[in-house]
Design a protein around this ligand. Structure first.
Ligand code: FEO
Length: 402
């Protein structure tokens, strides 16, 4: 059953939970599901702000019709064209063909090519306002958060920012929809994993958007995913500010790929040597078992990254290749890097790590090392040097952190 939950007088959350989709964008795991948030403003004009993914669109449109009790939708605002927010658009317009679709100059070409929709469009620009009765809506561009056409809508009388993907999160809304109604600790990983993997590539656009948005008198943030913010607004804005500046804490992420346990043994050794030097926040991930989105999320948290991989044929192990590709694609900045490899007969991992280091431009703390077969005492000694150098640098950079 779809729900309509009043968030302010005449303003409703009309979103849905999706617990069936296993992979968001057919790539990112959704162990806690995801919510597609949509909003309805009932004033002299009736406005829908963002729609939902197509898998629940029929119930969604029925829900709106039941709420409106015979009234029509006048406007549909598309803050973001991605189909998780426009999947229900065509159905909605079929039900309310007189509705005007609001977007900006970059919205409408995408709208045409995704849905072949070109009629009853209203283009807004930076700062355009729209009176709908007691409420006035203003539109601000937020390009690349998370597509080029992205914009936000601000409702001035209640101070509501309809922020699209910005400030969003993975995870369904299980009863509570406001930040003070849900278990934010339970959702924390999904909030940061959403940022780091979906928005994380766009740190600079996020900084530009934040500088603009913090000037608005925001009293509520209604994102298209995750809880509505009304009690912890500054908290999520501060997190976005830190994440988009690539601020990190003292700690090391060790990601390894290992077929027969030899590279894993070196990873364990590196972790022990880091601990000997006082590094407590150590996160070890096996790339064969952990989706890159979780490893990337930890890399957004911690300054140090140490990677280890066996060779596979004449290259690097496939799941490490996937991780390196994702990191290069997102272009995370401001980390310290160490790496090591293990060869059976050809080698190849180190060549790829060298290329990765050149592409990502992180500071490499120590020359690489490649073991042959089972790591020997001399191999472990080099791993210790890599770990000690990393730890020394972190201890110097974060003298007050444990
Ligand atoms: Fe939630 Fe970029 O779509």
């Amino acid at each position: 059953m779809n729900q309509a939950i009043k968030i302010k007088e005449n303003i409703y959350w009309i979103g849905v939970n999706d617990r069936r989709t296993r992979l968001f964008e057919n790539y990112w795991p959704l162990p806690k599901g995801v919510a597609y948030n949509s909003y309805l403003i009932v004033d002299e004009k009736v406005v829908v702000v963002d729609t939902i993914e197509r898998n629940k669109m029929e119930d969604y449109v029925e829900n709106i019709a039941s709420l409106l009790n015979g009234r029509k939708v006048d406007y549909v605002i598309i803050n973001h064209m991605e189909p998780d927010h426009t999947g229900a658009l065509k159905n909605l317009i079929r039900r309310y063909p007189e509705a005007t679709i609001i977007g900006n100059a970059k919205t409408f070409p995408i709208l045409k090519h995704f849905y072949n929709m070109e009629d009853r469009l209203m283009e807004v620009k930076e700062g355009t306002t729209l009176e709908i009765g007691q409420h006035t809506l203003a539109f601000y561009m937020a390009p690349m958060l998370h597509w080029p056409e992205t914009m936000v809508t601000f409702e001035a009388s209640e101070g509501i920012l309809f922020s699209g993907d910005i400030f969003g999160a993975f995870g369904t809304l299980d009863g509570g929809i406001f930040d003070d109604e849900v278990d934010l600790d339970y959702l924390e990983e999904e909030i940061s994993r959403y940022y780091s993997n979906i928005i994380g590539k766009f740190g600079q656009p996020a900084q530009l958007a934040l500088k603009k948005l913090v000037n608005l008198p925001i009293r509520m943030i209604c994102s298209t995913h995750g809880p509505i913010r009304r009690s912890y607004i500054n908290d999520i804005i501060a997190k976005y500010d830190a994440w988009s500046k690539y601020e990190t804490a003292k700690g090391v992420v060790i990601a390894f790929s290992s077929m027969y346990g030899n590279t894993e043994a070196m990873a364990d050794g590196v972790a022990r040597y880091l601990a000997e030097k006082g590094i407590k926040k150590i996160r070890i991930h096996d790339t064969s078992k952990t989706h890159p989105s979780y490893i990337i999320n930890d890399i957004f948290r911690f300054r140090g990254v140490i990677l280890g991989s066996c060779a596979y044929n004449t290259g690097i192990f496939p799941t490490m290749e996937t991780l390196l590709h994702e990191l290069e694609e997102i272009g995370i900045k401001n980390h310290l890097l160490g790496y090591f490899g293990e060869k059976s007969w050809s080698g190849g991992a180190i060549r790829r790590f060298d290329l990765f280091a050149a592409n990502i431009k992180w500071e490499v703390v120590h020359p690489f090392h490649e073991a042959w077969g089972v790591p020997k005492r001399s191999d472990h000694e080099v791993c210790r040097e890599i770990a000690y150098t990393m730890a020394d640098k972190l201890n110097a950079l974060y003298p007050d952190e444990g």
